[in-house]
Design a protein around this ligand. Structure first.
Ligand SMILES: Nc1ncnc2c1ncn2[C@@H]1O[C@H](COP(=O)(O)OP(=O)(O)OP(=O)(O)O)[C@@H](O)[C@H]1O
Length: 303
């Protein structure tokens, strides 16, 4: 990525380490997000996504390394109203209406958007007069989104924003997020959902056991994890020698078929033909799911 001289990254982690007792939640994170990017932080449960977000919001301090927003300590950027966040935890819910809550938060920012606009973007205009402590989980989540947006922050940070939303609300949420991102704002969101990361982020950062194991577009991730899957019907034959074929990185047997992950599907298919092993041949690009599983495979082996 090219950096414009003089423009500090919106987000910058340098060698960030965070431990909780014996747990090394972040094990040396280096990450830069430039203004205007929409980045997904993708990882399994316990990978370190929420910890990364708490560090970048200044809610926790790294044990080693530094975290900066716009070239300043996170607390300063947060105090200056440059950051809006939607977090997972549910704090005590105030006994006020949705409109009162969003107006209160807007009043604490230097250049908020009109409250009606924040309610509209979050899809909760019709909930404006309802009490915040009497909403459903999904409605509460949308209120939290309005709260995050209302300050019109340069950087919007969303920790698993769609976790409690139904399909329709999820769709509306991503449309709103996109609208906001297209206005030049920076968005960082964490998710377990590969398809959300692929569909809505410019860039996907895969975090696993406190380390960044991949960073790129969905397409780059698919390629880096092994270009294609070649599969054949084994028709009762064994799998001897298949892992030695050109290009092959790994072999899996599923339902009587051999699935070969390969960097060079042409060479693999030609070699299979020479072996006389081609039956029910299928060649398909590796999916993002395949890429994610390959990137985080070591963890699955130990759980
Ligand atoms: N307050 C805490 N005290 C002790 N350990 C913690 C604490 N918070 C997180 N951890 C541990 O740190 C690691 C990273 O947790 P974190 O919450 O950052 O992961 P995550 O990727 O956000 O997970 P999830 O998708 O489940 O929300 C995990 O092993 C977790 O158990």
């Amino acid at each position: 990525m090219t950096k414009t001289t003089g423009t500090p990254p919106a987000v910058s982690f340098t060698g960030a380490v965070k431990t909780y007792g014996a747990v090394r939640a972040l094990d040396g994170i280096d990450l830069e997000i430039m203004p205007g990017e929409t980045v997904a932080l993708l990882g399994r449960n316990g990978a370190g996504k929420s910890t990364s977000i708490s560090l970048l919001l200044g809610l926790r301090e790294p044990d080693e390394g530094t975290v900066e927003l716009y070239g300043t300590p996170p607390e300063r950027a947060v105090r200056a109203g440059r950051v809006g966040a939607m977090l997972q935890e549910t704090r005590a819910v105030p006994r006020v209406t949705v409109r009162e809550l969003v107006s209160f938060v807007a009043g604490r920012y230097p250049e908020p958007m009109p409250v009606a606009r924040a309610l509209e973007l979050a899809g909760i205009t019709e909930l404006a007069g309802r009490r915040v402590d009497r909403l459903s989980g999904g409605q509460t989540q949308r209120v939290r989104f309005a709260v995050a947006l209302t300050g019109n922050p340069s950087l919007l940070v969303l920790d698993e924003p769609t976790a409690a939303l139904d399909v329709e609300a999820r769709h509306a949420f991503w449309n709103a997020m996109r609208t906001y991102a297209r206005q030049g704002h920076t968005v960082l969101f964490s998710t377990h959902y590969l398809e959300e990361a692929d569909a809505y982020a410019d860039r996907i950062v895969v975090i696993d056991r406190g380390r960044i194991v991949a960073d790129g577009t969905g397409e780059q991730l698919r390629r880096s994890a092994g270009g294609n899957l070649v599969s054949i019907d084994l028709a009762g034959r064994g799998t001897e020698g298949l892992t030695l074929l050109p290009g092959v990185r790994s072999l899996e047997v599923r339902g009587g078929r051999a699935l070969l992950r390969t960097d060079d599907s042409d060479a693999t298919v030609i070699a299979l033909a020479e072996l006389g092993a081609i039956r029910g041949l299928e060649v398909a690009p590796a999916s993002l799911d395949d890429a994610f599983l390959a990137l985080t495979a070591h963890e699955r082996e130990t759980v």
